[in-house]
Design a protein around this ligand. Structure first.
Ligand SMILES: [Zn+2]
Length: 343
């Protein structure tokens, strides 16, 4: 009996070594000490079967083994609980040195990126930004800009008509008239905005953006127009950009000109972007027609001014070297996500 108890103790010790968590500790406790089938419990019951004189010694030993087991189990339990606690604290710790996860960021549409860049150049020159309605009257979109009802230049506009009087503006120029009606010179404004024409091909979309500029004051000359626009294109396309003016026609300016820039891609040698000519047409401009001044009540003898207009979409196509303007309006994120920064 004595050796049986010592053997149980040894067995217990060996198994305790292998205990790695609280669950296996409970299993071990049950194996030796459970009330009914525990190995030591069963052994203790056998003591009553021993001869009376052997019982005190064996009983003492049995209690010692039992006490040993209980003590060892308690110590191991505390140790395991402490380890568990330490592990939980460690897991719950926040590592402030881990880089954060960035939520997906939106970005500006490429046309808006170009618009902002163009605006910035003129804002730095002291211009203000003006806005006007997308739905215009025939008067502001055409008549006041020297396009009479039967003027042939109206054909090229391919207008979305709403009724006899209302239409979707085909240009940002009506805002020039609206501003001049309300204000006296000096005027120095830009008008970026949405325009509409019935066009749909590789370089035209029914919805597009234009930027208009207008300067009116005493003594404004063609030299001011040239100087301003040459400065603008150098800021936008690079310091080495050359500008070339060609005679053109617009009903609301006289004289009128188209402005070409030297190709910033090939430096003027000729490439695909400039269609081998070395030049890219970028905007239309001219000195404000005296008839427009008369319409808004300015004295054409006292005031003179210049105006220009250009397609923001067109500038974006050229700057980003995109071949199809329709891509801007297809809302394909794979396309749009390529434009994250100001060019
Ligand atoms: Zn070129």
């Amino acid at each position: 009996m004595k050796s049986k108890l010592l053997k149980l103790k040894k067995e217990f010790q060996a198994e305790l070594e292998g205990v790695v968590d609280l669950r296996s500790l409970v299993d071990l406790k049950n194996k030796f000490l459970s009330r009914k089938r525990g190995l030591l419990t069963v052994a203790l019951k056998e003591i009553s079967l021993l001869p009376v004189e052997e019982r005190p010694e064996i009983g003492k030993l049995a209690n010692k083994v039992k006490g040993f087991m209980e003590k060892e189990l308690t110590l191991r339990q505390r140790k395991l609980e402490a380890e568990e606690e330490a592990r939980r604290i460690k897991e719950a710790q926040i590592d402030i040195t881990i880089p954060g996860r960035l939520p997906p960021m939106g970005g500006l549409h490429p046309i808006m990126l170009v618009k902002e860049k163009m605006e910035k150049i003129f804002l730095e020159l002291g211009y203000t930004v003006e806005d006007g309605p997308d739905i215009e009257t025939d008067y502001y979109n055409f008549v006041a800009l020297n396009f009479p009802k039967d003027h042939p230049a109206r054909d090229s506009q391919a207008t979305f008509l709403i009724d006899e009087e209302l239409l979707l503006r085909t240009q940002t120029s009506p805002v020039q008239v609206r501003v001049m009606e309300k204000r006296e010179p000096p005027i120095r404004i830009i008008v970026p905005g949405r325009c509409f024409r019935r066009d749909w091909d590789i370089t035209h979309t029914p919805n597009f953006f234009q930027m208009e500029g207008l300067v009116v004051d005493e003594g404004i000359t063609l030299g001011d127009l040239k100087g301003t626009l040459e400065y603008f294109v150098r800021q936008l396309f690079g310091k080495k950009t050359k500008a070339r003016f060609r005679p053109s026609f617009f009903p609301f300016t006289e004289p009128s000109a188209d402005l070409d820039i030297s190709c910033f891609h090939c430096g003027g040698k000729g490439c695909r972007l400039c269609k081998s000519s070395g030049w890219i047409e970028i905007l239309g401009a001219g000195m404000v027609h005296p008839n427009v001044f008369k319409v808004v009540g300015y004295d054409p003898e006292r005031y003179s001014g210049f105006a220009w207009g250009m397609g923001i979409d067109r500038v974006a196509l050229i700057l980003y070297q995109i071949e199809d303007a329709r891509l801007f309006y297809e809302n394909d994120l794979r396309f749009l996500q390529q434009f994250r920064e100001i060019i």
